[in-house]
Design a protein around this ligand. Structure first.
Ligand SMILES: C[S@@+](CC[C@H](N)C(=O)[O-])C[C@H]1O[C@@H](n2cnc3c(N)ncnc32)[C@H](O)[C@@H]1O
Length: 169
C-alpha cells in the first residue's frame, strides 16, 4: 500500500518561520475581514446549518465569521501559533470554533462530515504532485452534496511577488 502523502516537516518549518518573522497583521493575505466570496455563499443560503471546515485557517478570520453565522465551526492550520492567535480572536469575538493544528493532507476528521470546506489560500500552496492527495482529503471529509469553496491566488487582489517567499514543496 502506498504511504499517505503528508506535508513535509521542512514545509511546516518554513511556515513557522514565516509567522515568526512577520507580524501577523503584516502578512500579505491578512485582510482583516472575512472573504467576500464566503459572505456571498453563506448569504445565498446554499450551506445548511451544521459542521463547516476552514482549511489553512491562518489567524481564523473566516472561521470566526462562520461561527458568528451560527455554523458548527472547525478549522485547521499546520502552524500552532496561527491556531493560538485564531483561538484568541474567537474568544475576543465571543464565538466558539474548534481550532486544530493539523495537515490538510491528513485531516483528523471523519469522512462525510462537513457541509462546507472553505479554502482561502490553501490549495495553491501545494505542488502538482500533492494536489490529488489534497482533493481526495477534501472530498473524503465532505458530506455528499457538500460544497468546497476555493479562493486561490488568482482571485486575490495582491501582487504575485508577495507570495514568492512562501512554501512550495
Ligand atoms: C495564505 S495563508 C491563508 C490564511 C487564511 N486562510 C486567510 O485567508 O487569511 C496559508 C495558510 O496555510 C497554512 N498551511 C500551509 N500548509 C498547510 C498544510 N499542509 N496544512 C494546513 N495548513 C497549512 C499556513 O500555515 C498559512 O496559515
Amino acid at each position: 500500500m502506498n504511504e499517505k502523502i503528508k506535508t513535509s516537516k521542512t514545509t511546516a518549518a518554513r511556515w513557522e518561520r514565516t509567522y515568526k518573522t512577520n507580524p501577523v497583521a503584516g502578512l500579505p493575505w491578512e485582510e482583516g475581514a472575512p472573504s467576500d466570496n464566503l459572505i456571498e455563499l453563506i448569504e445565498s443560503g446554499q450551506v445548511p446549518p451544521g459542521p463547516v471546515l476552514d482549511i489553512c485557517t491562518g489567524s481564523g478570520i473566516n472561521a470566526i465569521y462562520l461561527a458568528q453565522r451560527g455554523y458548527e465551526c472547525h478549522a485547521v492550520d499546520i502552524y500552532p501559533t496561527a491556531i493560538s492567535i485564531a483561538g484568541e480572536k474567537a474568544a475576543k469575538a465571543g464565538v466558539a470554533c474548534d481550532f486544530n493544528v493539523g495537515d490538510i493532507l491528513d485531516l483528523a476528521f471523519p469522512g462525510n462530515f462537513f457541509n462546507l470546506v472553505f479554502d482561502r489560500g490553501c490549495f495553491h500552496n501545494f505542488a502538482p504532485g500533492q494536489r490529488s492527495a489534497f482533493i481526495n482529503e477534501v472530498y473524503r471529509v465532505l458530506k455528499p452534496g457538500g460544497l468546497y469553496q476555493l479562493n486561490s491566488l488568482a482571485s486575490f487582489h495582491l501582487g504575485c511577488s508577495s507570495y514568492g517567499q512562501f512554501p512550495y514543496d
